[in-house]
Design a binder for this molecule. Structure first.
Ligand code: DP6
Length: 361
């Protein structure tokens, strides 16, 4: 490392989009390592609308690890942050920055503290998968800073230890989180099923029903589900494995009818499992239910699905239209059924595409 008293700062920035599951992850078999009870499949979104940007910095003048989220300092004491930091630090390699004349050896990384500044361009913890983009971006930017040479799969296993769904945000396009079999989680990683160019007719519209923070976090909600729901075992063992195969096939063949049927059915089963939890969990509200009815009616009258809907741990609707023309019609229909300044006014629409994780300097 360059001289003791030198006041250098080394930085790395990354931008990571969030992802939306079309076959949901809900339930863990290991809480500490974050190992799921079933595989899941997601679509990674366009970072223009829903992404996290994280800058990580290291300097000999920093005396502790610190993090700011959307400008406010947050505690790094939680096990999840510590797990990600520890895993990345242990994989740091020698680094030489010729421009600044800095050399950091593998050993020296262990003693250096990091400062992390993260920013979401969308409401945090409102069921828009903010933790997914957040931990994926944290792990990716730290890996870049510390010259970690692992592949995306290995990085996804580290991001998974921050938040399960985060492992899927390491890739663009369609991504599967393989639950794995190993007890230490080494094979519980994300794999890309198809890249962001595949099936680019699809348009994703997010109708923000509420940007308030959700009442039950995914973490505690799924813990209660695993402890109390009888349906969850049937879902994880019987239903999801078949749906994963069918969904992979639908994605490969651009089969929108199968894709939409599976996506809607899986969202509905996830919320049924929430209702089967004690105490029951209600993530959707009346407006969410009205959006479902509206889409179901349209799909039935069209004779074949035009739009798929899916809801995560919150009331906001993620709507996937089969193409741009359908997306335009979807927006018209939403404006008609949920007029601005009415009781069911939707806060905003976010329109996106599939996309990829980016280096941002
Ligand atoms: C409904 O990944 O937020 O969005 O692993 O406890 O951090 P933790 O949970 P999280 O759960 C996401 C649940 C979901 C479905 C999904 O994204 O697959």
């Amino acid at each position: 490392m360059a001289g003791e008293m030198q006041k250098w700062v080394l930085m790395a920035t990354a931008q990571t989009p969030t992802n939306i599951a079309v076959i949901k992850y809900w339930g863990k078999r290991n809480e500490d390592l974050i190992l799921a009870i079933n595989d899941s499949i997601s679509v990674t979104l366009d970072p223009a609308h829903l992404c996290t940007t994280t800058t990580v910095a290291v300097s000999p003048t920093f005396d502790q690890d610190r993090m700011w989220l959307n400008g406010k300092e947050i505690s790094l004491l939680g096990g999840r942050y510590q797990n990600c930091l520890r895993e990345i630090r242990s994989r740091a390699t020698d680094l030489e920055d010729e421009k600044q004349g800095i050399k950091i050896t593998k050993k020296e990384w262990e003693k250096l503290h990091v400062h992390i500044a993260s920013h979401n361009n969308f409401p945090t913890a409102a069921g828009l998968a903010s933790s997914a983009a957040g931990f994926a971006c944290l792990v990716y930017s730290l890996a870049k800073l510390m010259n970690v040479k692992e592949d995306q799969g290995a990085l996804s296993a580290i991001a998974r230890q921050g938040s399960g769904s985060a492992c899927r945000s390491l890739y663009g396009g369609f991504v599967k989180w393989v639950m794995g079999k190993e007890e230490n989680g080494s094979d519980s990683i994300a794999v890309q099923l198809a890249d962001e160019k595949h099936w680019d007719d699809l348009v994703i519209v997010i109708a923000v029903v509420s940007s308030r923070q959700k009442e039950t976090s995914s973490t505690s909600g799924m813990r209660d589900t695993v402890e109390t729901s009888m349906l969850i075992q049937h879902r994880a063992k019987e239903v999801v494995p078949k749906r994963i195969i069918q969904m992979e096939d639908a994605i490969k063949k651009h089969d929108f009818a199968a894709f939409a049927d599976l996506t809607c059915a899986d969202s509905n089963q996830f919320h049924a499992v929430c209702l089967d939890t004690y105490p029951p969990i209600f993530y959707m509200n009346d407006t969410s239910h009205k959006i479902i009815s509206c889409v179901e009616k349209w799909n039935r009258s069209a004779g074949t699905p035009q739009v798929a809907y899916t809801f995560d741990a919150g009331p906001n609707a993620v709507l996937i239209a089969r193409n741009r023309k359908t997306a335009a019609e979807l927006l018209q229909r939403l404006l008609f059924h949920f007029p601005p300044n009415s009781d069911t006014d939707l806060n905003s629409y976010v329109i996106g595409d599939k996309s990829i994780l980016q280096d941002a300097g």
